[in-house]
Design a protein around this ligand. Sequence first.
Ligand code: NDP
Length: 486
Amino acid sequence: MAFDIRPAASHFVNGQPVEDEAGTPIPVICPVTGDEIARVHAATPAVIEDALASAEAAQKDWAAMMPRERGAVLKRAAAIIRERNRELSVLESRDTGKPLSETLVADATSGADALDFFGGLAATLTGEHIPLGGDWAYTIREPLGVCVGIGAWNYPTQIACWKAAPALACGNAMVFKPSETTPLGALKLAEILVEAGAPPGLFNVVQGAGEVGAALIADARVAKVSLTGSVPTGKRVYAAAAAGMKHVTMELGGKSPILVFDDADVENAVTGAILGNFYSSGQICSNGTRVFVQSGIKERFLERLAERLESGVVMGDPLDEATNYGPMVSERQMEIVLGYIEKGREEGARLIAGGGRVDRPGFFVAPTVFADVTDDMTIAREEIFGPVLSVLDFEDEADAVARANATEFGLAAGVYTSDLARGHRVVAALRAGTCWINAYNLTPVEMPFGGVKSSGVGRENGRAAIEHYSQLKSVYVAMGASDAPF
Ligand code: NDP
């Protein structure tokens, strides 16, 4: 594809690309070849200051606009993203290594869905009238002010849109820091928002590693922090936000269970396990990496899973649309995943498929399945964030639910069964923020998404996200004279 994916500059501040080469260089490495495809610089204190100052200035005028007009800007941005989906998808594929067959349908498009959805909601955000006998009260739904978004590297464009869309719809401004591993997609979003009519400064992007994020959170002008990242980072960011009593949304990691009962449609359950473990080469927070399979269905499940991996996985150039499986985002992530595969072997899990690096350039790890995994094994306890599926055995529903819940995480869960009463009973008992019955990893923007326990705080998507980007002012209105005891 003949267009230059190198950004005009490292940052996008106050409506334009901004460079400051004094910042630490950040090479952008293509995970498929290992080559440097672009280079940005971390934000210097001067860039961070300009980003925050311009966001603060832009927010006031933006919040004063007719909400319908704010919504129209977001909807125009959604339309531009859809028009340029192919170009944006190629960029996302180069930045993350994910195949174009995925990025064309799951990245910029899902960002556009968020901009459309929250653009539509913008004009509907109101307070309420509260009758109090003769007196009455009303509430005003107000924006928070300047919000900071901090992204992970697996869905760079989607994450930027999922945070920007509700924030801007509610009348906030945002300064967004992408993961230093994947800095490109958010810059495109910033350009597109300006093209769609967003005022300069409303959505700024600054590059850098954790310390740039930390500097943003510490600033007194920032009212809210929304992070997508790992649990350890979440704990640090939450604590830093608490020091300034700021609002937070934490979209963190998981070790989610999928429960496959004997009465499940095997083919459908295998599809769910594949989607929930190998899409984006396993680099998805909500992945169902602990697949509990009831004993009566286990051997057929394993057989079909191995067959479908054997015949269906196509690795190769991510820009070739026949490719359906990409590399790990970075060499570092590949090493982490290979370390976990080694642990699985050492601790006695039975390897059914994959089991190591693929002999080709780039950071490819074969889709890996372990059977006979027990609850105490490292691969069943820790988030791997790679293509490693663990199959655990179970006999009894209550036992499976208890084991599924026995983790610090609570992001997501899935149930495969043909008994609908059981499906609903089991999801009611699972401690997870997002559950699927006879499906896995579908995250339409209409449905709130987020975790419980260590997997996070707050919700993205759905009307629920509005609660996390706005606050209520209550106004008591006395219709008569005030009354005091003395
Ligand atoms: P990290 O937690 O390593 O980083 C997340 C972001 O936080 C990055 O931009 C990082 O910067 C930044 N950061 C790191 N330290 C600090 C700090 N002290 N203050 C402010 N910002 C900081 O996550 P990864 O990027 O490795 O992403 C993978 C993780 O994200 C997995 O655990 C996954 O489960 C989770 N995730 C959760 C999702 C959800 O919606 N629940 C969705 C997708 C991923 P940098 O890395 O550039 O240094």
